[in-house]
Design a protein around this ligand. Structure first.
Ligand SMILES: [Ca+2]
Length: 237
């Protein structure tokens, strides 16, 4: 007799369904936590937390209040037309899941005008516009109707058609606010690049440059052992 309950297999299947296929030729890159995040754009609040676990970003919130939010952004300068279909590879442990976010300069005048939010698990390919966005963006939204995260929404292709010169100035994610959740962001896919997470490796002194140690340093990156040793000499560390 077969069991039909949604057991572990069902849970795994649900998790896998959130993972979007990545082209085999996608580039890979590393986001150093938290140096790669734009601190001025950070909106991680008192009840929101994150930490690097292996090559993922474990995030969680511990209340349902407005302080329950984890949101970080990575600077870029990428035409929306070249952004592809950004997605989050997320393994959910409990509660709500984060949405993908694109901060966009819709008229390419150097000033960001609003945020497009993609919540694939809720709205599929439909990306909705933040309510704080500029009026000219709202006025030209592909769809002005309910049924999404805001009254202004559309697929990314529709947004690209409406704003062919739009530039993404930062990409990132947001969990909350007011959402209790716990999970691991394994990667962000943006503009044909798959970004994973690491902490910086900073050497303590020139002795750590030896035996290949210089190659492990990520902040700064050294050209060779001599470059490493001389950096400590010049800074008198
Ligand atoms: Ca603008």
């Amino acid at each position: 007799m077969r069991k039909t309950s949604l057991g572990l297999v069902g849970i795994i299947a649900a998790a896998i369904s959130l993972v979007v296929a990545v082209p085999a030729n996608a580039a890979t890159s590393v986001l150093y936590v938290a140096d790669s995040f734009n601190s001025a754009l950070s909106d991680t609040r008192a009840d929101g937390h994150y930490e690097v676990v292996a090559t993922g970003l474990h995030m969680y919130t511990d209340s349902y209040t407005s302080d329950a939010k984890v949101a970080e952004y990575v600077d870029t300068n990428t035409l929306l037309a070249a952004a592809g279909e950004p997605s989050l590879e997320y393994t959910n442990t409990a509660g709500g899941i984060p949405g993908a976010q694109l901060i966009v300069d819709f008229d390419h005048d150097g000033t960001a005008d609003g945020i497009l939010i993609g919540e694939r698990g809720v709205y599929g390919d439909d990306w909705w516009l933040s309510n704080s966005a500029a009026q000219f963006v709202k006025d030209a939204a592909p769809s002005i109707s309910g049924g999404s995260g805001s009254g202004y929404h559309g697929t990314l292709d529709q947004w690209r058609t409406a704003f062919p010169d739009a530039v993404v100035t930062a990409f990132g994610f947001s969990l909350g606010s007011g959402v209790k959740g716990d999970g691991v962001l394994n990667a962000i896919n943006f503009a044909a690049t798959r970004y994973t997470f690491e902490t910086q490796t900073v050497l303590a002194g020139k002795d750590n440059c030896k035996k290949g140690g210089w190659e492990t340093s990520t902040s700064p990156v050294f050209k060779n052992q001599g470059d490493c040793v001389s950096s400590f000499a010049s800074s008198k560390r």
